[in-house]
Design a protein around this ligand. Structure first.
Ligand code: PXG
Length: 466
């Protein structure tokens, strides 16, 4: 299909962008030298750029367009809500129909007794809320010393000062003096990269027990909570060994530590369950939501809070001095509700579990036979390929970390596929509504991009182990 351009020529759009737009997580000098890719339209699982190229979006935008692009129902609901009540706040003892309906729906969907929603505009804001909320909770329970939050190296929880501090991204910490005090990072359950000769099971247990060691060192009376993503996303789709989460749950229970599951990526069907906590059988006290909550159509995030924690706060906490102008934004709430309706009525989550994810896994693992791939791992609708110059030893490349990953990402774009790179691994998290045909195309384009990358590495003498 030819898309008629309704915009300026690409070079002019790029020039305006370079002159006035500062992009997130971007080396602006390097970007401006080549010009940004301009995306003008999307439908289903595809994007179109300003030159009319069609691109298969295997990243769901940024892990968020779970129901795919172009759903008219969401546009209709947004327009209708904008006409009815485009904005009102939920401060000053006020509420409105979309926010209360969404809170009720989330309480029904969320596991266990996570029956209370605190709304905000993004995952970062939700995690800042978590940080303040758990400290306020323990203070309200007569334990004001319980303030430390334990998190993980290479975890990602957002970009605000609090969320970036909870995250374990070293380059983020290095800019601006993070983390803030009161946060401790423990090692991640990254078997491929750090497991050495240990079995994944033994390694998973050892990495979970790092939590217990940290609690014992800091003192249980000083630790408020542990926060983690069920599967690390931005860190590189790091799928924990099966032994990891049950041990984490045991440790949190044994030591009176609140468990915060950051479900910003794993929520809303990504693992074939409504939430990743259900997939791993964990019982969080708090759950961070964003992204798939509205399938990315509008910005919205939330913290789901258990009966116990909310009950304590309501009973003993007085006023919680925290909230955002857009907490419970009516249009965002209405769109999120419609998104949840579609996910449920179209049986998207069950279809992922029973059909789409198993098919994707089968096809994805085939890529493990490629000479450049050291491991092809996948859980639900999120997968990673570890690129290596030597499959047998899981070696890293001699070239600076990320060089090969970036090259591969560029080959993917040239071939009409969005895969993101993390260091020298390639990541996918396609929309949950992708068809078998779409998956076949994804695998075909990924294989071609791997072939092209390998040819380039050989030509440039880069297939060399560190
Ligand atoms: N928690 C998790 C687990 C996330 O993945 C956030 C919190 C923060 O959400 P907001 O809405 O504030 O961005 C995220 C966001 C990437 C990438 O390149 C991932 C995220 C954001 C931007 C880029 O993988 N995840």
């Amino acid at each position: 299909m030819t898309i008629q351009p309704n915009h300026l020529p690409t070079a002019e759009l790029q020039a305006i962008d370079a002159a006035h737009h500062l992009h997130p997580f971007t080396d602006t000098k390097a970007l401006n030298a080549k010009g940004a890719r301009v995306i003008v339209r999307a439908e289903g699982v595809h994007l179109w750029d300003s030159d009319g190229n069609r691109i298969l979006d295997a990243m769901s935008g940024l892990w968020c367009t779970n129901i795919g692009y172009g759903r008219e129902e969401l546009a209709e609901v947004a327009a209708d809500q904008m006409r009815r009540l485009p904005y009102y706040n939920t401060f000053f003892q006020t509420t409105h129909p979309p926010v209360l309906a969404l809170a009720e729906r989330l309480a029904e969907l969320a596991p266990g007794d996570l029956n209370h929603a605190f709304f905000c505009g993004s995952g970062s804001e939700a995690n800042d809320t978590n940080l303040r909320l758990v400290r306020h909770y323990w203070a309200s329970q007569g334990k004001p010393g319980k303030t430390v939050v334990i998190a993980r190296k290479n975890g990602y929880h957002g970009s605000t000062v609090g969320a970036a501090s909870l995250g374990g991204m070293k380059p983020m910490h290095a800019q601006g003096g993070l983390p803030i005090p009161g946060i401790r990072h423990i090692d991640q359950p990254y078997w491929y990269g750090e497991g050495g000769d240990e079995s994944p099971e033994a390694f998973g247990l050892a990495r979970a027990r790092a939590l217990e060691a940290a609690i014992e060192e800091i003192g249980e009376d000083k630790v408020a909570a542990f926060i983690a993503e069920p599967v690390q996303g931005a860190g590189g789709v790091i799928i924990p060994p099966d032994t990891y989460w049950p041990e984490i749950q045991r440790i949190c229970d044994a030591h009176e530590i609140l468990l915060i599951a950051d479900e910003v990526i794993s929520g809303f069907g990504r693992l074939g369950t409504w939430f990743g906590s259900q997939y791993y059988g964990i019982r969080p006290d708090l759950m961070t939501l964003a992204k798939g909550l509205s399938s990315g159509y509008l910005p919205i995030g939330a913290v789901m809070v258990s009966d116990r924690v909310a009950g304590g706060l309501i009973e003993d906490g007085g006023e919680f001095f925290h909230g955002y102008t857009y907490s419970g934004h009516p249009v965002a709430c209405a769109v999120a509700l419609e998104n949840l309706r579609i996910l449920e009525e179209e049986g998207v989550v069950e279809r992922v579990r029973e059909d789409v994810a198993p098919y994707l896994a089968e096809r994805w693992r085939e890529l493990g036979d490629h000479p450049l791939v050291g491991e092809a791992r996948i859980v639900g609708m999120m997968g990673a390929l570890e690129l290596t110059p030597d499959k047998a030893s899981r070696a890293r490349f001699a070239a600076e970390e990320g060089t090969v990953g970036l090259r591969c990402r560029e080959r993917c774009f040239a071939n009409g596929l969005v895969m993101r790179h993390v260091r020298d691994s390639m990541i996918i998290a396609p929309p949950l509504v992708i068809s078998h045909g779409g998956i076949d195309r994804l695998i075909e384009l990924a294989r071609k991009s791997l072939d092209d990358t390998l040819a380039g590495l050989r030509a440039d003498g880069l297939m060399v182990a560190a």
